[in-house]
Design a binder for this molecule. Structure first.
Ligand code: BG6
Ligand code: MG
Length: 215
């Protein structure tokens, strides 16, 4: 059995701690429908780990026309308003027992735990699922200028925890996140999504609680 000697674990939020994909999809789909642009679940999968503006650019690829910066900002803000209304339906019931118990066990084993997410809604989501004050550090889309695959968000999470990258492992569901972890010289653990089997990860997790076998 593989074992990793680390002091801290940095978790991606969307697709790892909880599942907001369906809300992102509904909100982007509503925007695409308003603009008469084709959008489907396959395109939605390409938005995993990608910032809000970069996601919008991917959606607008289908439009075949150029939009001004102001128009793009209006679209992104409309999507976010729609997305935030959907997030309000989330509650601690959206945090699985497996994720919660594993996090608590890792903490009891002495690991420092952080969030490293591209989302500017990170604190809202953590509050909705009852983890508002749980993590030792939170680095998110409001703290950074470069989104994954840039390592900025993970390096900031490590810095907030007071550890060097070599002491940290990252758990990710997006290939862009695995790339970010490796670019930041951290151990990259893939769970679900296009992270798993992408070829850059140090380990493929079978499930969230598999963390208790390797730490
Ligand atoms: C990431 C999601 O966590 O956050 C992406 O995987 C999303 O799909 C990105 O685009 C930005 O989210 P937000 O909440 O800032 O619009
Ligand atoms: Mg993710």
């Amino acid at each position: 059995m593989v074992k990793f000697q680390k002091k801290a674990i940095i978790f991606d939020l969307d697709g790892v701690i909880c599942f907001t994909d369906k809300f992102h999809y509904q909100a982007w789909k509503a925007l695409a429908d308003r603009l008469g642009i084709y959008f489907d679940k396959e395109i939605n999968d390409r938005l995993r780990g990608v910032s809000r503006m970069a996601s919008l650019e991917i959606i607008l690829e289908q439009s075949g026309r150029e939009y001004t910066r102001e128009e793009k900002e209006t679209f992104a803000s409309w999507k976010n308003g729609t997305y935030q209304k959907l997030l309000k339906s989330m509650s601690p019931m959206d945090l699985s027992g497996e994720v919660k118990d594993t996090l608590v066990s890792l903490r009891n084993r002495g690991y420092k735990l952080a969030i490293g997410s591209s989302s500017r809604n990170t604190k809202l989501i953590l509050g909705q699922i009852g983890l508002g004050n749980f993590f030792d550090a939170v680095a998110d889309g409001t703290d950074i200028t470069r989104s994954k695959p840039d390592p900025e968000v993970f390096l900031l999470a490590a810095q907030k925890l007071g550890f060097v990258p070599a002491d940290c492992a990252v758990v990710e569901d997006a290939k862009a996140g695995i790339e970010a972890a490796k670019a930041g010289s951290m151990t990259a653990l893939a769970l679900f999504g296009d992270a798993k089997g992408c070829g850059l990860e140090d380990y493929d997790l079978a499930c969230f609680s598999n963390l208790l076998d390797i730490f």
